[in-house]
Design a protein around this ligand. Structure first.
Ligand SMILES: *Cc1c(COP(=O)(O)O)cnc(C)c1O
Length: 427
């Protein structure tokens, strides 16, 4: 009997790896920041020197092979300053994938531009060149490409479309820290790469974000955009001296990262490659076993990806693999067998309650026109992805090989007994 109906679960109660991960070194870094009496880049410290948020921005840029990095308080803020640095605002349109977290669409609204939702590839959930091409108008200025879950946008496919149309490209790498495409990290192919460093992400600090770029001009603009029009002094700050000076060539707001957050990130960044390697071994074992279960397959990964970050590992199933069962009931049954959450992707943005610009006066004025254009437009790729993909958090892949045996056993068991689950539309 399935665990969800009172049977014995596959997993014997053994705990899954905890997330986030930290140890004595993290505590030392955090205490050092606390005791330094410098909690913000905006306030000088008694000891002088560069802020931790500046050191993290540089370290993260270096990790990715980019020239510059700008630390911010959220991935959402990184999207906002990236759009602003590129000069995008009222009257402009930005193409955003329909299958993603709401932030790429809301960031476009926050700069006064219009997000135009694009359908996505049904197997990867990512934007394609064809989807972009179909939506380009004479107002289109940029594309936000999201490298989703455990795969990446086909950069070979979209880069040509974007440059042919003279558009700017922002890569949202919030789910792909350190993914490499043909030897180069994602986030360095577009004008700007943005990353969330939120609590669940593979590089996590609770609430934080960062943007990387090779352009010194965009870097200097992003510094001001996130620090109330201020940038760094050109020299190392002396004790008691401010590190930020008023420049004001572009007006900003305050999206600065706290020094305590930066301390955690400087520690976490040093763990990232080891965690990537662990997840890669577990992923390999899982993908060796998946073909034994009819109807199941991993989310496809383009051959050019020579290292991938797994944020959420996705398994796809052919229609009918779980009979008539709804994806919610399959996910709930797997969760009950395993004692860790297995879940469907989020509802795509074209029907998500998180994207309701008409409820905010500031957005409502220009949203109507877009809403009218989007009305009735189908999103078959996003809908298929949402209804045929099962996700798990990357921390599930940070344990040992026994965890993979449990995952495979649970998938087999639920597939074999899917007829006892709730059918689609039966709630
Ligand atoms: C998490 C996430 C964000 C938002 O980041 P915050 O740090 O929560 O603002 C943006 N884009 C994508 C694709 C994400 O997954």
């Amino acid at each position: 009997m399935l665990a969800i109906h009172g049977g014995t679960p596959v997993r014997d109660g053994r705990p899954w790896p905890q997330w986030p991960q930290y140890d004595d070194r993290t505590e030392r870094e955090l205490l050092a920041a606390l005791r330094s009496a410098r909690w913000s880049v905006s306030r000088h410290g008694p000891n002088g020197g560069k802020s931790r948020e500046r050191l993290f921005g540089a370290a993260f840029a270096h990790y990715n092979g980019a020239a510059h990095g700008v630390s911010v308080d959220h991935g959402s803020s990184a999207l906002v300053i990236a759009l602003e640095a590129l000069g995008i605002g009222p009257g402009d349109e930005v193409i955003v994938p329909g299958m993603t977290w709401v932030a790429p669409a809301s960031a476009v609204l926050r700069v006064g531009a219009l997000p135009v939702l694009a359908d996505v590839d049904p197997e990867t959930g990512c934007l394609t060149g064809e989807h972009i091409r179909g939506l380009i108008s004479d107002r289109t200025r940029a594309v936000i490409a999201v490298h989703l879950a455990c795969t990446a946008v086909r950069l070979d496919d979209i880069l040509g479309v974007v440059s042919d149309a003279g558009l700017r490209l922002i890569e949202d790498c919030s789910q792909s820290h350190g993914t490499r495409w043909a030897g180069r990290n994602v986030g360095t192919f577009g004008d700007i790469g943005v990353f969330s460093l939120g609590a669940a992400k593979t590089l996590a600090a609770g609430e934080a974000g960062v943007a990387i770029t090779d352009s010194t001009r965009l870097y200097e603009r992003m510094l001001m955009l996130r620090a109330d029009s201020r940038g760094y002094t050109t020299h190392e700050p002396a004790p008691g001296e401010d590190e930020l000076v008023e420049i004001g060539t572009v007006m900003g707001a305050n999206y600065c990262m706290s020094e305590l957050t930066a301390a955690i990130l400087l520690d976490q960044l040093r763990r990232l490659d080891h965690q990537h390697a662990l997840r890669a071994s577990r992923t390999k074992e899982l993908e060796a076993g998946l073909p034994d279960i009819p109807g199941l397959a991993p989310i496809p990964v383009p051959a050019q990806i020579d290292r991938r970050a797994v944020y959420e590992y996705g398994i796809q199933f052919r229609p009918g693999t779980f009979g008539d069962a709804s994806i919610e009931s399959v996910a709930a049954a797997l969760t009950a067998e395993l004692g860790t959450k297995i879940y469907p992707p989020r509802v795509p943005l074209h029907r998500s309650v998180l994207l309701r610009p008409e409820t905010k006066p500031r957005f409502a004025r220009w949203w109507n026109d877009a809403a009218a254009r989007a009305a009735g437009r189908p999103f078959p790729g996003a809908d298929h992805y949402r209804d045929h993909t099962l996700l798990m958090h990357h921390s599930v892949l940070l344990g040992d090989g026994g965890d993979i045996d449990d995952l495979l056993a649970a998938l087999s068991k639920v597939r074999a007994q899917a007829s006892s689950l709730t059918a689609k539309g039966m709630a």
